[in-house]
Design a protein. Structure first.
Length: 361
């Protein structure tokens, strides 16, 4: 699968509740900080109505959805970058993820203790962001010390890395996450060597209560996210956990009774998928299966994610799109309308493509 999203936030904001609803993993929950010490992991299917539609048209039973992994890590507290709480362990886990979903408490009522004493989502988000920025500054400072001698000796590569490090440190000192800093592809690859956190794409998840408890606070968080170039979704973790335990038909009826087309968790999964700049394509030579790749992935590289032999012996890809299939009504119709294309190894896979790989064993 290869793509994951870390769920972070202060202690007792509902991270594990939302994770449970996402994955059905039933992570431990309690009303005290640091309940989640080791990260909980859950692999979650990405909601995909197209997959079911393709299955009906191509008469493929039991289609296999693509998936994304969510990782629920320990709550972060003020001073985590200096080792407070489970700081170093928390930061070590979060360096491993591809993107970050920061859960922020917006609900006011209930008997759940708040680590800061009261509910203020913007303050809480700023606490977490500050700790992440301080952690990145420390990493860059150590990297700078190691490379400075090479840079002074005239090593051009080292000088380039030094310039990048100093630009990133200045950006962080200005109170901005590295995700808001313009970086070209080469520079982004270099940031991967340092294990930086704030360069990762982030979305905010406003955890509200039932009966619109915290809706106003969620609005404040959404404004904060927009100001910082991030997305924000509103979700009731407690309600979503209850919904997730319903049978599929009961879940559908419940959502319809509330005037909703999809659950908050489905929106969160899709948002995380979008945050990672991922697309979905399909193969149906035998079973129908959805696959996840980064936008811009070539046909040969996408084939290699299925099996290395597919990339090694790649000949060509026969491609048509979901929209072509729906319009034609069948694969035969797609062929008759001339919508089936033969593409080479450098073809960039597109959202909704249906692909058959031809390769030499």
């Amino acid at each position: 699968m290869g793509f994951n999203c870390g769920i972070i936030g202060l202690p007792n904001v509902g991270k594990s509740t939302i994770f449970n609803a996402l994955s059905g993993a039933h992570a431990m929950m309690a009303n005290y900080p640091f309940c989640t010490i080791e990260p909980n992991r859950g692999i979650v299917p990405v909601p995909d109505e197209r997959l079911l539609e393709i299955g009906k048209i191509l008469r493929k039973d039991k289609p296999v959805p693509t998936k994304i992994e969510f990782i629920d890590v320990a709550g972060l507290v003020k001073g985590a970058s200096k080792g407070e709480g489970l700081g170093n362990k928390f930061l070590g886990h979060i360096r491993e993820v591809d993107a970050v979903a920061q859960v922020v408490r917006c609900f006011r009522f209930g008997d759940v203790a708040h680590v800061e004493g009261d509910v203020d989502p913007v303050r809480d988000a700023e606490i977490v962001n500050t700790e992440l920025m301080l952690a990145d500054l420390e990493v860059l400072s150590r990297a700078r010390e190691k490379i400075i001698k090479l840079a002074n000796s005239g090593d051009k590569g080292a000088r380039h890395r030094m310039e990048l490090i100093e630009r990133m440190m200045a950006h962080l000192d200005g109170g901005a996450m590295l995700s808001s800093m313009p970086l070209d592809e080469e520079e982004l690859n270099l940031t991967g060597e340092f294990g930086l956190i704030t360069v990762k794409p982030m979305m905010y998840c406003a955890n509200v209560g039932e009966d619109r408890d915290g809706a106003g606070e969620a609005g404040r968080l959404a404004d904060f996210a927009k100001k910082n170039g991030a997305s924000c979704i509103s979700i009731s973790g407690k309600l979503e956990e209850e919904i997730s335990e319903l049978a599929p038909e009961e879940k559908k009826e419940f959502l319809q009774s509330m005037g909703l087309e999809e659950s908050g968790l489905d929106r969160m999964i899709k948002a995380a998928y979008s945050l990672l700049d991922l697309i979905t394509y399909y193969t149906a030579a035998t079973e129908l299966q959805a696959w996840t790749v980064k936008k811009g992935t070539t046909a040969a590289k996408a084939a290699g994610k299925i099996h290395t032999d597919f990339e090694r012996g790649f000949i060509r890809a026969e491609v048509f799109n979901f929209l072509d299939l729906v319009a034609a009504g069948s694969e035969q119709g797609v062929r008759e309308q001339g919508r089936l294309r033969s593409e080479g190894k450098e073809y960039a896979i597109r959202e909704g493509d249906i692909v058959r790989y031809l390769f030499s064993p």
